[in-house]
Every structure is written in C-alpha cells, then in structure tokens.
Design a protein. Structure first.
Length: 367
C-alpha cells in the first residue's frame, strides 16, 4: 500500500506506529476542484479553510500556498495564521471571552459574531463586522449547526436588530454568514441554504440600507466515508449555489458581494490515514483485533459512532473476509474503532490504515 508515492512500510520504518499520514497532492486537488467550480461561475469568490478541521501547520501551509484564506476559531489558530503571513483571515467562534475577541481585532482578522451580546465585549469596534445567522434550515446531516435547538448563530428574526446595533456603534462595512450542516453531499441542500441566507440579507438590506461586502454560506461540504457512498458533485453544487446567489443579489439589490465558502472536511478528510499495528488477537464470542492506537488518538468512532474504513496494508485478494471488532488500547469499554466489521484476517504485527482521517482526527486527539 502506498500513500502518494511512498510505501507505508517505509513510513513506519522511519516514524513507527501509530502515525498520522497525509497526502498533500489530494489536498491540492480538492482545493482546485472547488475553486475551479465556483470561481469559473462567479469571479468575486473566496475560499477560506476551516482550520479547526486540521490545524497541522504543514497542511494549512499547503492550502495557503494554493490561495486559501483561513477561517479561525481560536487564538492558537489566529497565531498560526500570523506565523504563515496570511492576509485573508476570519475569526468565528461562539461564546468568546473578551480577550479572545480583542486579540482577533488586534491581529486584523475579520470578526464574525455568533451572538449579538459579543458586540458589547468589543471596546473598539472594527469598521467591518459580520454576524453568523441561523436561517432555520434543517436537514438529514449528522451534525446540526442551525435550526432546531442548535447553539449557533443569531435567529433570523433578530438579524435586523443585530445589524442595527452594529450600525449604531459605528460599523460601516458588513458581511453575513451561516453554517447550517456538516458532511452534506446533496447539491440541492446548498442551493436551499443559499436562497435562505439571501432572503435574510435582503430583509436586512431593505430595513437598514446595507450593501454587504461578502456573503459567506459556510462549510458543510461532505465526503463519502463508507464504501458505495457517492461523492458530492461539486460542479452541480457550484452551479446551483451561484445561480441562487445571483438571483438573490439582483432580487434584493445588494450589489455584487464576494461569495465565500469555508470548507474544512472536504479539503482534507480523504487525505488522512492513521497507520497502526495489530498488537494482538483475542477470540471470544467476538474476534477482537487490538491495535496500538485508541480513542486517545482517534476519538470519532467512540464519540460520534463514525465509520472509518480499515485497510490491511499488505492485503491479498485471497484473504477471506469475516466479522471482526477492532479495538484500541485504552482501558475503556467504549474504545471501539469498528464493531463486527467484515475484514481480512489480521495477526499480531500486521499494519492497518484507518482511512479518511484528515479532518477531525488528530485535532480531536488528546494532546
């Protein structure tokens, strides 16, 4: 098995196991696919990478070198942006402390406020402010970031008052933002949320005579995790989004704002692999495959019941599949990576690659 042009065995020989490995070429390809799809349809387009999905400086640098801006959610991520010399930086996080907001303003990041009360924490209000709106869009995605009882964003019914308050504090330039879902692979969903956000922007513009500098439809672009799942059709997604976007800005006469997206998972998830070694096999009612990693390094399966394909590094076509449960070395019953999964025969010393861990893998590990 190779990752890029490098044999996994050679990686293990140099770095041992467990080890996270990323394919920079795949990251670049995903970035270019999105930029080509959206940028060819709307020329005032900006992609910001959601750093929270993977804050590895080398990976962030790959995307910055491609032209990405950064969407930061912590002081540490803002410091990374500064170290890399990134000019296009937005700061978005809910329930911030005063010092965090002031740090972001001091570093020149665009401020995206998740709640109206955060405006009062700013002693010096910047010329440009963005608010994260909850446009009450729900869907079938695994994680909800809007609608229902989501903790994020300003209710659309209170959006006008949020912008009015910012105007009264002297803000002169505005953006509008939302993130409503996670790992969505339906192009029609992104069309729907774009239309909803433009409706809210139109109401704000009409009430307060605001022309938005940018409209940020957030992230949520999904990738397949299980065999047989379909890829997101990026061209169809861009076509639907841009059409609705242009319809909306013309309908509400809000100028020609920059169209922004802020993907994380879509750019990096499929590039990441966690290479681990089998430490033992135990046969009880279930066959348990023990690895030298666990929930302290890979939390997603235990926390979110997420599916990550597991590949035997030196698999052969003759290897018969059988149901096996893959577990980690943490002394906890929930440290289960895959339960009763059809896998080839595995023995102590075998190497496995746990797939699609470029997003929310290492960043969720215990550091």
């Amino acid at each position: 098995m190779k990752i890029g042009q490098t044999n996994v065995e050679n990686i293990v020989e140099e770095f041992d196991t467990p080890v996270y490995v990323y394919n920079a070429k795949e990251i670049r390809e995903q970035y270019r696919k999105l930029v080509d799809a959206f940028g060819s349809r709307y020329d005032n387009f900006q992609l910001n990478f959601a750093v929270k999905s993977n804050f590895n400086p080398s990976i962030v640098k790959v995307l910055v070198n491609e032209g990405a801006g950064l969407d930061c959610a912590s002081k540490a991520e803002l410091k990374l942006a500064e170290e890399l010399g990134v000019d296009e930086v937005m700061y978005t996080a809910p329930y911030n402390r005063k010092d965090e907001l002031e740090y972001a303003v001091d570093k020149g990041a665009e401020i995206n406020l998740d709640s109206v009360f955060l405006l009062d924490k700013l002693d010096e209000v910047p010329e440009r402010i963005c608010f994260r709106i909850d446009p009450k869009v729900e869907g079938n995605q695994q994680l909800m970031f809007a609608g229902g009882d989501a903790k994020f964003g300003i209710e659309e019914g209170k959006a006008v008052e949020a912008y009015r308050k910012a105007q009264e504090k002297g803000v002169e330039e505005f953006g509008i933002h939302m993130t409503t879902g996670s790992n969505v692979r339906d192009p029609k969903y992104f069309e729907k949320i774009t239309e909803r956000l433009l409706d809210v922007a139109g109401e704000i513009s009409d009430e307060l005579d605001i022309e938005f500098e940018f409209v940020d439809i957030g992230g949520g672009l999904g990738v397949p995790y299980k065999p047989g799942e379909e890829e997101l059709d990026v061209d169809e997604t861009a076509e639907r989004v841009v059409n609705k976007f242009e319809e909306g800005i013309e309908k509400y006469d809000i100028g020609r704002p920059e169209l922004r997206i802020e993907p994380g998972r879509y750019l990096v998830a499929q590039s990441g692999h966690l290479i681990s070694k089998v430490t033992g096999v135990k046969n009880k009612e279930t066959e348990y495959i023990g690895l030298d990693t666990g929930m302290h390094q890979l939390l997603r399966p235990s926390l979110l019941d997420s599916y990550h394909e597991i590949k035997k590094v030196n698999d052969s076509e003759e290897n018969e599949l059988a149901e096996r449960t893959v577990v980690g070395l943490v002394c906890s019953s929930i440290d289960v990576i895959a339960e009763e999964r059809k896998l080839p025969k595995l023995e102590e010393g075998d190497l496995v690659s746990i797939e699609n861990l470029g997003a929310y893998g290492f960043v969720m590990a215990s550091h």
